[in-house]
Design a protein around this ligand. Sequence first.
Ligand code: FAD
Length: 456
Amino acid sequence: NVSVVLLTSDLRLHDHPPLRAALGGSRQVVPLFVRDRDVDRTGFAAANRLAFLADCLRDLDAGLRERGGRLVVRSGDPVEQVCGVAAEAEADEVHMAADVSAHAIRREERLRRALEAEGVRLHVHDTVTTAVAPGALTPAAKDHFAVFTPYFRHWARQPLRGVLDAPEAVRVPEGVGSEELPSRAGVAGVSPGLARGGEAEGRRRLAAWLRGGITAYDKGHDDLAGDATSRLSPHLHFGTLAPVELVHRARAAGGPGAEAFVRQLAWRDFHRQVLRARPDAAHADYRTRHDHWRPEREAEEEIRAWREGRTGCPVVDAAMRQLRHEGWTHNRGRLLAASFLTKTLYVDWRVGARIFLDLLVDGDVANNQLNWQWMAGTGTDTRPNRVLNPVAQARRYDPDGAFVRRWVPELGHLTGPQVHEPWKLRGPERAALDYPDPIVDLSDGLARFRAARKRT
Ligand code: FAD
């Protein structure tokens, strides 16, 4: 009467269908996290996410200990580790959450085969890492929605399961050994302003968000300086908060702010159902093939300037510096940085996506790659030739220039929106500026992109 729960992107105790099912009939449970050596090998294990993950595992272990249990951590191949732990604990079933990446799908298939051979049942649960399961909604004769608006119409009408309480007690069989829990202090190269991870922290943030910020989200979410979004994305990525619970609680809060917030949560599910149906979209153009990008080698210096936040385009530099400092930046900052790289510097979206994944604490294959593709015009955007003019956007979403001044101190003495176009300064004021000229003529980049798109 022992179950193993393999925890992956669902590092929580509240609203956890696999854990709930595993505990059914007062069974003993081994809550297992495997540090997957393939994830390390592919470079996906970036410092910011490893540090946040360490917080999450420690918090999860503390939560389990309060309930009489503990977390078991192993590293290596997840299939070998799960089979090994199931044998040690004499478990007859394994529970886990469904997930969407090619890696996750392969892992599930391998695990199913290996466990079957040992006579152990594998139960894979939906609606753990999404509110609506990928594949639950499909247009006629297709396996997924390729456009958000019709997806959202269906998504919003889809009934959700109820929220599950955290278990009161978890009994873990003795004799199943664990490695030491990782710690944030043991991770090198972490962004200095990285947020804290863990379910307790996620729930604290969620409660504060529902009490305050959410009401003004519809009006304020695009204001770069206002920083008026939930910042719950890393908690959604690591599953310290459950999407189903978020949707229920936001709907209960009600009002236009909550509605706009729920719509963003639907974007997350949207990208996941795209990736589930088209795992190749993690690296291949999803809809429109575009192979006119400048060779990476030719643009090496510009890419470096972009990464380091010294392109001479203040709003883009501000976003990239915030990203480096916190491992997070605002959605509008991400859009502007991505537009600048793909449509102004004219560099392949995969280069930008890789650099983002090196830094983002919420870095997620579905959300990152498909948002990059959306902005590059190869993905699900119905207007693939859309270009964001960084100056016009900066004037709109950072009207007073406060966001730029916060992150680009070299421009801190410039007042108001003139901070967005420092190249317009004249004479000694310009000469005294310790800030680069734009590395590219903005209008040239856009024209080049449009011309190349016409050829394809
Ligand atoms: P809020 O505005 O409070 O939104 C609430 C939640 O809705 C977010 O936490 C997120 O889970 C979801 N959400 C919001 N916007 C989007 C969106 N456009 N697509 C999908 N889900 C969304 N988000 C990631 O979680 N991981 C990524 O790796 C990632 N990479 C991105 C790369 C680019 C180029 C762009 C343009 C966007 C990317 N996003 C990514 C989406 C979005 O920018 C972040 O989810 C958001 O900024 C997180 O901040 P928040 O939690 O305060 O968001």
